[in-house]
Design a protein around this ligand. Structure first.
Ligand SMILES: Cc1ncc(COP(=O)(O)O)c(C=O)c1O
Ligand SMILES: Nc1c(O)cccc1C(=O)C[C@H](N)C(=O)O
Length: 403
């Protein structure tokens, strides 16, 4: 038997097995619970369940809530969870401790970051540059934040963003990795360009954190947000995070100054004095169950370097593209994810006709990716629990659908 392009599936299957055997990260799959027989390539939408989470949440419910009751806020681990878990995420995004706080959704953190950025921006500037291909929520929130702060949104393709930054640019909002195409944008160069133009940067890290090195401190990013339910495996609706660079913390003026961000929340004074540090990015009572599930899920990263994850991610996506080229009849799919490593995130997006029906068929055959309108099959590669045999089976199954 040979595939559509004449390559024997056994060759690729054998290669996949050898690559999995040599893979140093392969054993990390044991840190996750995944259903048997399923190839899960949707961890860029909802990460898999880390094994320690269920027991931790049972303990939080039965002991901390059920027995310790209110004391868990003060004597236990609850009150400081947002900044403690922020510090646990920090190494994954290249941030020193004290700059990252967990809570709320990405959308809400975008709002805080964008209005905060506008308030940090140089007076008199009028424009907010926003990634034109952005995940919709960023665009919606940016429009509202701009309206509230007297700015005007200018949509811009990230490839043209550096050239569009000028002395009228107040704020720049960009995605590190594009959710639909998987295109990786040059965070270092774009942040440098924004700094040169005197603009404040806000990066959305939803599709990069936990998949590749980010380097927020190293590259001088001002503010960043990201979700935790994708590559960080925090669970459905797990809280997002907000990064406020140390140099801005004194001046960061949150548009949502809730009592949890107050310097002395339990003084319960009528006037607002923001807490020092990233804690001023907090708003109201944190969602403890989701937050502590996230904290337990982050244990899956113990002893794992983001650099090693990136190396495996690129090897996986390279191999998947090779398998797709071998198994899928020519002309049936077209990759919209850049081939160059320096422009590729941790997913492969294939454009095809009837993409929704094709994805439904794939899922019915045990290969879970997702469909993104209008015509994209999206496959996310999460190196902590996806292997090369998964990539080969996914491509082979796609080949069968088109065969
Ligand atoms: C780039 C990006 N930003 C934001 C979000 C979502 O934000 P929220 O956590 O508020 O649903 C997503 C995905 O849901 C996303 O891909
Ligand atoms: N956040 C999601 C949700 O609540 C339900 C279903 C999917 C999602 C997603 O994460 C979508 C995702 N940001 C994307 O890149 O498409």
């Amino acid at each position: 038997m040979s595939d559509a392009n004449g390559k024997a599936p056994a060759d690729l299957a054998a290669r996949a097995a050898a690559l999995d055997t040599a893979d140093e990260l392969g054993k990390l799959r044991d840190r996750f619970t995944l259903p048997d027989g399923v190839v899960y390539l949707d961890g860029n939408s909802l990460g898999a369940l880390a094994t320690g989470v269920a027991a931790r949440i049972a303990q939080v419910i039965t002991h901390e809530w059920g027995t310790e009751l209110i004391q868990s806020w003060s004597a236990g681990t609850w009150w400081t969870a947002p900044e403690r878990i922020g510090d646990k995420i920090s190494p994954l995004i290249g941030a020193a401790p004290g700059q990252t706080v967990v809570g709320d959704s990405t959308s809400v953190n975008l709002f805080k970051a964008l209005v905060g950025a506008a308030r940090l921006a140089r007076p008199g500037r009028t424009r907010m540059l926003v990634d034109a291909a952005t995940f919709p929520t960023d665009g919606y929130i940016a429009e509202s934040a701009a309206r509230m702060t007297g700015l005007t949104v200018t949509p811009v393709d990230p490839s043209d963003a550096a050239g569009a930054m000028d002395e009228d640019t107040a704020v720049v909002l960009l995605n590190h990795v594009d959710y639909r195409s998987g295109r990786l944008h040059d965070l270092a160069a774009l942040t440098a360009a924004a700094r040169a133009a005197g603009a404040v940067t806000v990066w959305d890290l939803c599709h990069s954190a936990g998949a590749l090195p980010v380097g927020l401190d190293e590259h001088g990013v001002d503010l960043a947000v990201g979700c935790t339910y994708k590559y960080l495996n925090g669970g459905p609706g797990s809280p997002a995070y907000l990064y406020i660079a140390a140099r801005h913390q004194g001046a960061f003026d949150s548009p949502l100054p809730g009592w949890n961000g107050h310097a002395k929340p339990f003084a319960m004074t009528p006037d607002y004095t923001p807490a020092a540090g990233a804690v001023r990015g907090r708003v109201g009572t944190p969602d403890i169950l989701s937050m502590l599930a996230l904290e337990a899920a982050l244990d899956a990263w113990d002893g794992v370097s983001v650099e090693a994850v990136r190396a495996k991610s690129l090897a996986l996506t390279d191999f998947f593209l090779e398998c797709v080229a071998a198994y899928v009849p020519a002309g049936r799919v077209e990759s919209v994810t850049p081939a160059e490593h320096e422009r590729r995130g941790s997913q492969v997006s294939l454009r095809t006709e009837n993409a929704r029906a094709v994805m439904d068929d794939l899922i019915s055959r045990g290969v879970i990716g997702d469909f993104r309108a209008p015509d994209v099959l999206r496959f996310g590669f999460t190196p902590l629990y996806v292997g090369f045999a998964d990539a080969e089976r996914a491509a082979r199954t796609l080949g069968h659908i088109f065969g």
